[in-house]
Design a binder for this molecule. Sequence first.
Ligand SMILES: [Zn+2]
Length: 331
Amino acid sequence: MDWQEHEHEATRAIEGAATADDLDAARVTYLGRKSELAQALRGVRDRETGMLLNGIRIRLEAAVAERERVLADEELERRLRDEVIDVTLPGEELPLGHIHPITQVRRMVEDAFLGLGYEVRDDREVETVEYNFDKLAFGPTHSARSPRDTFFFENGTVLRTETSPSQIHILEEKPPPIYMVSIGRVYRRDAITATRYPIFHQFEGLAVDKGLTLADLQGTLLHVMRALYGPERRVRFRTHYFPFTEPSIEPDVSCGICGGAGCRTCKFSGWIEMGGAGMVDPRVFENVGLDPEEWSGFAFGCGLERTAQLRHDIPDIRALWEGDLRVLRQF
Ligand SMILES: [Zn+2]
């Protein structure tokens, strides 16, 4: 037996083991109980041979231990490399939505009024007849009081037909000066058409202070219309009638499509109607216990759907309520 050659062979097998299993097989072959080395060690009769074989055994055991360590290190390296989670890598991208055009406009309105120091309110949608009509000076025969125009509940409450009841609520809650805008849903018994929907959103402002005039109302609306439609827009007022303002006006904003020259969108007038406004009727002040000689105020209301339609040139109001992503993705 050439033990030197045997040791070389065993060392090559141990150092060449690519896995823990390979290494274990080599260990069994060259160091195991039935290995040639173990059998020879059991039959040793002289000291010289014993020292030779023991030396081989010790060196092979050391080689196995060393190879074990190297394989364990490699395994750790591999796992660190393969199983690592890199938290700086971009994750799987989920489809991101965006804000509905009504909400976009609502936030623009809120920003415009917050910039003027207004308080933003979101009031109840179920109102009493008293707050929806009586205290807002709707006459007893006003058509909005009809169940054909308004959703009534059996207990004498209604789905509010405009955000105006907020005016009464805030006037009853705290003394003037008041600068507030109420934004939210309102309900009317309209058939669904391209221009009407039984649910829509309004924003409605109220300012109560000493010495407010139509000029303050005009300046406020001009600020908001320009925030919504751009700085080049002009605003004009036409006289109108609303139950709770006197005088009442309708603000028009200059058409942004044609710049005022006249087009299909503005019905060739160069102007687009934006809603209603006016100075607070003295009877409304009396209804909430304020002296109309001392206090003055103005109020205005506009539809958010109309604003979104005009901003985005959406011809059909139903697009804003149907939740069709093919439509909504465009805005
Ligand atoms: Zn136009």
